[in-house]
Design a protein around this ligand. Structure first.
Ligand code: ADP
Length: 265
């Protein structure tokens, strides 16, 4: 491919002179593309063997051989974790490879919030106080699948990084002319020095706690990419020992008026 990609920077040199710096980034972009393709291909290839392992593990009955029970349970846990990792890697490479959303639709927020409440309650197993506030009264324009996955990631983080007895609040509110979906927890919090990096792939504040929590280290990376594709912004505020707030800010162009849902007769 003879095309060359350059980045240009104009730097003030003196009162009258400017310096134009051109950098050939063709090779850099090519390597980045190779990295993405490689991750996508490996993840894709891992899917089938994992499905087989998972399937056979499900067929083994721990009661046939009780001393194997703890090992079987651990193998199941780890293979589930690997499956989640592969799914997250595939999702991330799909998100990274697109500049815009392939299809957009009206995303009904009342059922979305109801689904998030169910997920939080199921994950928490009644160990937290889960509340949902639907104050914005509008719907969003975007990709249902991607938005659901981003919001779900925030909700599952809130549950996983909040000790039992804490609270999780999911709030959909007006934000200037736009709206924000907020997930507020009363959990461990994130030290300020880590905040700028938590959306990087595999970045974790505390390795041991995050690993125990069962995450893949890709959740917030997925959230950031999904929001970018919706021209939305992720805001994070956090205080150690008091909790964190993750807010997804959507501009006015993403709002759609909410249609009344047909009530069952
Ligand atoms: P993980 O799968 O490890 O949770 P994420 O990308 O979702 O990966 O999050 C990156 C890191 O940010 C986590 O490992 C955790 O240290 C921190 N983190 C994310 N959400 C929260 C939260 N609600 N409270 C405290 N720490 C969080």
């Amino acid at each position: 491919n003879p095309a060359v990609t350059l980045t240009l920077r104009l730097i003030p040199y003196s009162d009258e002179l400017w310096m134009l710096v051109a950098r050939d980034v063709t090779r850099l972009l090519l390597l980045e593309q190779m990295r993405r393709d490689f991750v996508a291909n490996v993840s894709h290839e891992l899917r089938t063997p994992l499905t087989v392992v998972h399937g056979y593990l499900d067929m083994l009955d721990p009661e046939d051989n009780p001393e194997w029970a703890p090992m079987l349970a651990e193998m199941q846990r780890q293979s589930q974790r690997m499956t989640q990792l592969v799914e997250d890697l595939l999702m991330l490479s799909r998100l990274e490879s697109q500049d815009s959303l392939p299809s957009e639709e009206t995303v009904a927020m009342a059922p979305m919030l109801a689904a998030l409440r169910r997920e939080a309650t199921a994950l928490s197993q009644s160990r937290h106080d889960v509340t949902v506030e639907d104050e914005a009264g509008v719907d969003l324009w975007g990709s249902h699948r991607e938005l659901h996955s981003a919001f779900s990631n925030l909700v599952s983080n809130a549950v996983r990084y909040t000790p039992a007895g804490g609270s999780i609040r999911i709030r959909f509110r007006r934000d200037g002319r736009g709206v924000a979906l907020e997930v507020v927890d009363s959990g461990y919090g994130i030290p300020a020095a880590h905040l700028p990096r938590v959306t990087e792939r595999f970045y974790r504040v505390s390795n041991s706690r995050s690993r125990e929590s069962g995450g893949t280290g890709l959740g917030l990376s997925i959230v950031k990419h999904v929001l970018n594709l919706h021209q939305a912004r992720l805001g994070i505020t956090s205080e150690v020992g008091r909790g964190s707030t993750f807010s997804c800010h959507f501009g006015v162009e993403r709002l759609r008026s909410r249609k009344p849902h047909p009530q069952p007769a």
